[in-house]
Ligand binder design. Structure first.
Ligand SMILES: NC(=O)c1ccc[n+]([C@@H]2O[C@H](COP(=O)([O-])OP(=O)(O)OC[C@H]3O[C@@H](n4cnc5c(N)ncnc54)[C@H](O)[C@@H]3O)[C@@H](O)[C@H]2O)c1
Length: 331
């Protein structure tokens, strides 16, 4: 692929730009361009690299007369119109593995926080209070953690929380019971899972099958006081049903990093965030120095590999629209 000039449209770690330049690819960094300006600018580039802020919509792709590749430094590609890209033969790449450990570690931090009331306890002490009884928690040892989605992050969460003595059960439509057993997760149907879970953590993409996966019916079926964690995508847990369950005690606490709308402005989400039994972070799953460098380097390596001019970087990973890639290879 002939990639002469790339636009880095979101603040990706400098390592990305350095690697592209070292491999003779011209780079411009222009962050958070207003849409109209992006539509004008995109005509000058063979590739664009984004994180999650810049929306690569159909009209942006349409305007990119020489655009060949869109790189997402990170996992989710919700900000890229994949269909529009595919219909214009524009390749879309992401770097899903690069931030898996960081997202996993935040998940584990939220689970442990919920169990021991670390956040509300610390907050009350900062306010000069000494409320020890109010923040009595529970041990995770012997409790059951249900992991919905046993891909990269779900698997890592299982391995780490087992070291706390948690029993791990889970569901994933493409991971077999045998494979789940290799990392000590007991694969079950969702119906079997709900009544057993003390904690539920979701690690699926947001797709029609997973939208509102955790809903009123699930809260009705689970043990009273079940805790839920979402470091995947807003919308997998129904916010309306979660708020109702927090209010009447069917849900005993929630650890949330992602929301139906980000930044959140709708009243239900804001009420959830302020709820005393909720620990909420502003989409920090991938926000570690290590993950940011990893995804920046990975996306640059993919671009360089596509040019087929490097002896070091030769493998194109993270292809989102495989059909476009296959076409490319046939040419
Ligand atoms: N909070 C953050 O900053 C952050 C960072 C990284 C990843 N993420 C998100 O975390 C999620 C998981 O990422 P990953 O890298 O582990 O993805 P992955 O593709 O490795 O794993 C996802 C798994 O979900 C499974 N799945 C699909 N539909 C399902 C269903 N209906 N029920 C149960 N499982 C289902 C898939 O089979 C797959 O194994 C994604 O939504 C990703 O965007 C968030």
């Amino acid at each position: 692929m002939d990639i002469k000039k790339v636009l880095v449209a979101d603040a990706v770690d400098k390592a990305c730009v350095d690697l592209l330049k070292e491999n003779n690819i011209e780079v411009d960094c222009k962050y958070k361009l207003p849409k109209q300006q992006l539509i004008e600018e995109i005509q000058n580039y063979d590739g664009i690299i984004v994180r999650s802020d810049t929306k690569v919509t159909a009209d942006v792709i349409e305007a990119g007369s020489r655009l060949k590749v869109i790189g997402r430094a990170g996992a989710g590609v919700d900000n890229i119109d994949i269909n529009a890209a595919s219909s214009k033969n524009v390749l879309v790449l992401n770097t899903p593995g690069g931030n898996a450990i960081s997202a996993c570690e935040l998940t584990c931090a939220l689970i442990t926080n919920l169990a021991r009331n670390v956040y509300p306890g610390a907050e009350s002490l900062k306010q000069g209070k000494w409320d020890r009884k109010l923040y009595t928690g529970h041990e995770l040892y012997g409790k059951t953690l249900a992991i919905i989605g046993l891909g990269r992050i779900g698997k890592e969460v299982a391995i780490r929380m087992q070291s706390w003595g948690m029993k791990t059960i889970g569901f994933d439509p493409i991971i077999s019971a045998e494979e789940a057993a290799t990392f000590n997760v007991n694969h079950m149907s969702l119906e079997e899972i709900w009544p057993l879970a003390d904690y539920i953590t979701v690690h699926t993409p947001l797709i029609p099958q997973t939208r509102n996966l955790i809903n009123k019916k699930v809260f009705d079926t689970c043990k009273k006081g079940v805790r839920v964690v979402n470091v995947a995508r807003g919308g997998i847990i129904s916010e309306e049903d979660l708020l109702a369950a927090l209010k009447d005690g069917r849900c005993g606490g929630a650890g949330l990093d992602v929301y139906e709308q980000e930044p959140p402005t709708n009243p239900i989400t804001l009420e959830i965030i302020k709820h005393p039994k909720v620990v909420a972070t502003p989409h920090l799953g991938a926000s570690t120095g290590e993950a940011q460098i990893r995804v920046a380097v990975e996306v640059a390596e993919q671009f360089v590999a596509l040019t087929e001019k490097s002896k070091v970087y030769t493998s194109v990973t993270g292809v989102v629209n495989q059909a476009v890639y296959k076409n490319l290879k046939l040419k």
